[in-house]
Design a protein around this ligand. Structure first.
Ligand code: GRA
Length: 383
């Protein structure tokens, strides 16, 4: 077992850290307050190769691997969690097309996501189908050489701004989850209405509804066969959950750093507040949860890089990191008190952004269900 990062990975991590501090940090507070989506930063991250770690060079990636993806994502999320979502919206669809697409689909759809020229997204969730993916209602009806989509998606990251993305719909509802099919769609077509949705946090990551009324997708854009959609979706979620784990680690670290800095500056009752054992208790627990989550996330990424099954390990990492982020953000709020609660300082942003990690990509309860049902022998997570 080797706990050292290679020189290459350290260089990638440092590049992401420098970019985050120089290009994202200076406007993070303003962007959050004004809810600015930053296509310029999405493009710049593409130019630096931040989406390419899990994509081969032939399709515009760099093949550095899942661990590289994790390191880059943590650095970006540490400075601004909403910008981390932008990374997942490029990588998630690209890596899924890489896994299930034809050569033609890979050549057509992946490179523009890598460069940031196209803004991506993936559309799973519906008003009546969040945790229960098989309960989706959107249908895709074959009509000659195209499919017509009818239905609606909600809480879709990048819905208001994306050029293209993955969408899951039923081609045969009688088959239950075996009737679900995956498509790669260009959103610039008639039959689509988009509506923004306001959220507590991640303000620079626009979220919204996609409403389909005979929205046409060429049959050539179907990923895999009709009925492969559920398995493709579960596979995709396993990749994008790892990105969420990395994002949560970034928030956990940002909150912990803010708490430690404040403990070392703030004086009350004649001493630095870090001297108080109740604050030491919080700092110690922040470190323990964050470090554990990081090692679990590294393990899941390492398994992915070895092309070994890692659904269980990814769920464990995503759950632990989401909880670590919330523990740290809550703890930082306690330590900073009114300065934490004030919108003049970033801790309230960490607190709002942390919450999303317990909800997205399979809530903390869904991850616990996957973990427990595997342990109990009901449903194997790695299949
Ligand atoms: O036996 P079979 O052939 O019918 O296959 C079953 C099973 O083997 C079938 O699916 C297969 N399967 C899998 N295959 C490969 C299930 N899991 C996997 C897998 N991991 N790999 C049905 O299986 P089942 O277990 O009976 O399914 P279920 O009970 O209907 O659902 C399972 C589960 C709850 C885990 C699933 O629905 C799920 O993951 N739900 C959570 C949904 C979720 O994560 N949504 C995320 C939305 S996107 C988002 O949040 C964007 C955020 C963006 C950001 O912040 O970055």
């Amino acid at each position: 077992m080797d706990f050292e990062l290679s020189e290459e990975l350290i260089a990638v991590r440092d590049l992401a850290r420098e970019f985050a501090e120089k290009e994202i940090a200076p406007t993070a507070a303003r962007d959050d307050k004004e809810k600015n989506f930053r296509p310029d930063l999405v493009k710049k991250m593409g130019e630096l190769g931040f989406y390419g770690s899990v994509i081969p060079e032939a399709y515009g990636g760099n093949g550095l691997g899942f661990l590289a993806m994790l390191l880059i994502t943590e650095e970006i999320a540490r400075v601004h969690s909403a910008m981390r979502v932008a990374i997942n919206m490029q990588i998630g669809p690209a890596v899924t097309v890489l896994q299930f697409g034809t050569e033609e689909q890979k050549k057509k759809f992946i490179p523009p996501l890598m460069s940031g020229e196209q803004i991506g997204c993936f559309a799973i969730t519906e008003p009546d189908a969040g945790s229960d993916v098989a309960a989706l209602r959107t249908t895709a009806t074959k009509d000659g050489d195209r499919y017509l989509l009818n239905g609606s998606k909600i809480f879709i990251s990048n819905a208001p701004v994306a050029h293209s993305g993955l969408v899951y719909a039923y081609t045969d509802r009688t088959q239950k989850h075996r009737g679900l099919t995956a498509f790669y769609a260009n959103w610039d077509q008639p039959g689509l209405t988009r509506k923004p949705v306001e959220t507590l946090g991640a303000h620079c990551s626009p979220i919204g509804e996609l409403i389909f009324d005979n929205f046409s997708i060429p049959a050539a854009n179907r990923l895999g066969n009709e009925g492969d959609g559920f398995k493709i979706c579960m596979w995709q979620l396993n990749q994008t959950r790892l990105n969420c784990a990395a994002g949560a680690l970034g928030v956990a670290r940002a909150a912990r750093e803010a708490a430690v800095n404040y403990c070392n500056q703030r004086v009350q009752f004649g001493q630095k507040i870090g001297e108080f054992q109740m604050n030491q208790d919080l700092i110690a627990q922040m470190i323990v949860h964050e470090e554990a989550a990081r090692l679990l996330a590294y393990r899941a990424a390492w398994l992915a890089d070895q092309k070994k099954p890692n659904n269980l390990e990814t769920s464990i990492a995503k759950y632990t990191a989401a909880e670590a982020a919330n523990f740290a953000a809550d703890g930082a709020m306690k330590i900073l008190g009114a300065y934490g609660y004030s919108t003049e300082f970033p801790v309230e942003r960490y607190y709002r952004d942390a919450k999303s990690y317990q909800i997205v990509e399979g809530s903390s309860n869904i991850q616990k269900m996957i973990i427990a049902q595997d342990a109990l022998g009901y449903r194997r997570a790695n299949r």
